[in-house]
Design a protein around this ligand. Structure first.
Ligand SMILES: [Zn+2]
Length: 383
């Protein structure tokens, strides 16, 4: 987990700064003197101001996604600003392709709105300054003046729109591209193509920053983009594996559960844990570990399981994909969920099972070797 600093909270969404955010300022302070508008402190100050305003535009872009996501009932956790832009982390929902496209396009659309709002002001300021051609406007980009500032922002927003529409992960265009391609070759292949394109583009950016721009800081940024592209690729592979795996494979089998009429103290047999409350094999509620311990602390005599069980608890069928169960658990904010087969209680799936699942998805190379050496030819292979 990377540590990010929460700097603001806007409409219930935390805005966080990723440590690489500092790279941008390093880039301005180190590289800008070399390649930019000159070495005066005024110029550096102007550039820092421009950079901050560009990040404000990135934030507007992310809130475009947030707005559209909420329109489609998708919960947004936070927005993280890093050296290469922003990311709005949202809850993964099985959204239909149309909604996915709408959420992806809402970011660039927010930048388009900014361009539309800024353009008349830029035009007016230019006319007052006596500009007669587009070239004169273009020449003011990154020049320390009011027209320079405004034109730079229009330019930056156009650039944000163009780069984000590239049909590659982790860009918004990658998601639109995948949603379109899914109809032709399925979601998994479409995802791999978009992720591969992202990795190729990131590699080209790395070559550009070393060979053409000859900047260490820019090369670091390019490496960071590559890391994101690879991580995105991995994330979608994990996602498709989680969609294939069934929760029944990972449940801890437990024939029975506890009956509502049993005394609370009986629930402590086998140690304090979340227990399914069953009646005739059917799940009728959950006895949460925390609630149980709190009740026993109060030591009220004669209490039964029925008195403290949670009757709103959900259960999942053994055939439910792990991906879906993960979503349900995060939505209900619960650590354990009873697993049933044809409505009959079979066992419990708990959050710590994810450790086993992720270990299977990304095995530790040494452990894999040990397992291979240990596995007998006749031994049953666990999935
Ligand atoms: Zn975006």
């Amino acid at each position: 987990m990377t540590r990010s600093l929460t700097v603001a909270r806007v409409r219930d969404v935390d805005v966080r700064l990723h440590p690489t955010f500092a790279l941008v300022f390093l880039w301005v302070l180190i590289d800008w003197r070399r390649i930019g508008v000159g070495g005066s402190s005024g110029a550096v100050f102007f550039t820092l101001l421009v950079v901050l305003l560009i990040f404000a535009c990135v934030l507007v872009h992310e809130f475009g996604h947030v707005f559209m996501a909420r329109q489609h009932g998708v919960r947004v956790h936070d927005i993280s600003l890093s050296a290469v832009g922003g990311v709005a982390r949202m809850e993964q929902l099985p959204v239909e392709p149309r909604a996915e496209i709408a959420i992806a396009l809402a970011g660039p659309a927010a930048n388009l709105a900014l361009v539309t709002a800024l353009a008349p002001v830029v035009l007016l300021v230019g006319i007052i300054s006596g500009f007669s051609s587009l070239e004169e406007y273009a020449q003011t980009v990154f020049k320390p003046s009011l027209t320079g500032l405004l034109t730079t922002l229009v330019y930056a927003n156009l650039l944000l729109i163009a780069t984000n529409l590239l049909p590659a992960f982790p860009m918004d265009g990658g998601r639109v591209f995948r949603a379109g391609l899914t109809a032709l070759c399925g979601r998994e292949t479409a995802t791999r193509v978009a992720a591969l394109l992202g990795e190729v583009l990131a590699a080209l950016f790395l070559i550009f920053s070393i060979v053409v721009a000859q900047s260490v800081i820019l090369a670091l940024l390019a490496l960071f983009v590559m890391v994101i592209a690879f991580a995105e690729d991995r994330a979608v592979r994990v996602e498709s594996s989680l969609r294939r795996m069934r929760v029944g494979q990972f449940a801890l089998w437990d024939m029975g559960g506890i009956s509502p009429s049993q005394p609370l103290t009986y629930a402590l047999r086998g140690g304090p844990r979340d227990l399914a409350v069953t009646e005739g094999g059917r799940v009728v509620g959950m006895l949460w570990r925390n609630r149980l311990l709190a009740e026993l602390g109060m030591a009220t005599p004669g209490r039964t399981v029925a008195d403290v069980m949670d009757t709103d608890a959900i259960s999942v069928d053994a055939d439910t994909p792990v991906f879906e169960v993960q979503r349900i658990m995060s939505e209900h904010d619960c650590w354990s969920v009873p697993v049933t087969e044809s409505g009959v209680y079979r066992g419990m799936f708990t959050g710590d099972r994810f450790i086993h699942i992720y270990r299977q998805l990304a095995p530790d190379p040494l452990q894999t070797l040990r397992d291979l050496l240990r596995r007998s030819p006749l031994g049953a292979q666990r999935l």
